[in-house]
Write a protein that binds this ligand. Structure first.
Ligand code: GLU
Length: 467
């Protein structure tokens, strides 16, 4: 019988989780869903010096928000007994040995290695002259004396091979009793019956150590799939804060939609292949199309503009009521007291242009606050006297027109003819006077949404400001 697919995302809560890290979670989740398997979230929190408690919540909230809910979860710091038992087993069979060397001594060894341009390798001092087992010590893995090669067939990188001669007797249990990443990771992947280890390429170099541990325990290793790095927009270095990479929750707070983020991340290092140009996938489509074979080897590049574009696509596809619901937290204080109908009407005017929901206050402020009456001086293309002439004439016409879209349009088009100016010039002047902006939603729709009183008040204020 084929083993059940069990995968895990195993972040170390040492900082905020950004799109690059979350991409690993997504690929694991997609693979689990595709194979009717289990997706697990495992907090690898054994590095107590770098541990950031808020990161744990941030990681969980990011999963919840994106809908990548784990089927199972585990926390390594709650499993210390298990690592201890396993380490004792390897001490007994001679694979692990105690080491009492002080950080100062190790620093010196490192310094000497650096000076000789050699990779650092622990000199096994404590293997030949052991200390007192009751005194604080670490447990190191004894790499065999005869160098051999360690190979595996990676589901993404194909055949991989490393020499043990390059490896140091790495630490498995630290002086504080906590396991290192390498040790806890292997014990857990085995104990949790992980079938596929899908993780970022930066862990490739750790895999030989992991394979040595599997062999020392006599366990069968899982399938490894090392996913390509996500580079910053410069295409040079790993995506980081420096590139403006934000935490997943910052995207939530800016009004990005979970589906847009999922779609974007899915294409960071994976594509459907066979010349597919499909850009927008539903979750279900991603689950169906996803395969390990189509994870690419070459690095992915994070393109923030593509993410913003994609989010705009998703926003445009929302039903008005859905957009209204999602927008609720984003309105400015001035807008908060407006009726839901009014807000719905305004959203209808900006939905086409909206790229993320935090843009709402900026795109709609003029609906709630009168603009600077002097805006025409700043942005207007015409002479002030000409602008003034157009505004005065418009005020006269508007006073007589019913305040509905078609009548307003008809009256103002007729006015442009009568004054012998281009409609673009007339509408431009009116748009700036009414909104304070050069780019705004359709003029007549805006006038209707503002209502007659506000529109006329703004036109009068702008006229008086043009002296
Ligand atoms: N805890 C490792 C990290 O920091 C996980 C590596 C793995 O998935 O094996 O991402």
């Amino acid at each position: 019988m084929q083993k059940q697919t069990r995968v895990r995302f195993a972040p170390s809560p040492t900082g905020f989780l950004h799109i690059g890290g979350m991409r690993s979670a997504l690929f694991n989740w997609l693979f689990a869903r595709k194979s009717d398997g289990v997706f697990m979230l495992r907090m690898e929190d054994t590095d107590r010096e770098r541990y950031v408690p808020e990161a744990v919540k941030q990681i969980k909230d990011s999963h919840d928000w994106l809908g990548l809910t784990p089927d199972e979860s585990a926390v390594q710091s709650e499993r210390l007994d298990i690592y201890k038992q396993h380490s004792e087993q390897l001490v007994e069979n001679g694979q692990l040995y105690r080491c009492w060397c002080s950080p100062e001594r190790l620093d010196k060894l490192r310094e000497t290695a650096r000076a000789a341009r050699q990779p650092f390798k622990y000199d096994r001092h404590c293997l030949t002259s052991p200390g007192d087992p009751d005194k604080p010590h670490v447990l190191r893995f004894k790499i065999g004396d005869t160098p051999k090669s360690i190979a595996w067939d990676d589901a993404v990188r194909d055949h991989m091979e490393f020499e043990t001669g390059d490896l140091d007797d790495f630490v498995c249990i630290k002086t504080d009793g906590y396991p290192t990443y390498n040790f806890a990771n292997v014990v857990d992947d085995h104990e949790m019956e992980i079938s596929h280890v899908m993780r970022a390429e930066e862990f490739l170099a750790s895999t030989p150590k992991h394979l040595l541990l599997y062999a020392a325990f006599g366990w069968e290793p899982p399938v490894f799939a090392h996913m390509p790095q996500v580079l910053g927009p410069d295409g040079k270095s790993k995506l980081s804060k420096r590139h403006g990479a934000q935490s997943v929750l910052e995207y939530r707070d800016q009004g990005y939609l979970p589906d847009a983020i999922i779609n974007f991340m899915a294409q960071l290092g994976w594509n459907e292949g066979s010349g597919s140009t499909k850009e927008i996938y539903s979750r279900q489509e991603l689950i169906e199309a996803f395969t390990l074979e189509r994870i690419q080897k070459s690095p992915a590049i994070f393109d923030p503009e593509r993410l913003t574009w994609l989010n705009g696509v998703y926003i445009r596809s929302l039903a008005p009521s859905e957009l209204a619901k999602l927008s609720e937290p984003f309105w400015s204080t001035e807008a908060k007291s407006s009726s839901s109908e009014h807000k719905l009407q305004i959203l209808g005017l900006i939905q086409e242009r909206l790229k993320f929901l935090a843009e709402i206050p900026e795109l709609t402020d003029f609906f709630f606050t009168d603009p600077d009456p002097k805006a025409l001086k700043q942005f207007g293309k015409l002479q002030p006297s000409e602008s003034k002439r157009l505004l005065e004439a418009s005020l006269e016409v508007l006073g007589k027109s019913t305040f509905e879209h078609d009548s307003l349009e008809k009256a103002l088009r007729a006015l442009a003819d009568e004054l012998d100016v281009k409609t673009g010039a007339l509408f431009g002047v009116l748009r700036i006077a009414i909104t304070g902006k050069v780019a705004a939603p359709g003029l007549f729709e805006t006038m209707v949404a503002l209502g007659e009183d506000s529109t006329l008040r703004r036109l009068k204020a702008a006229t008086s400001a043009l002296r």
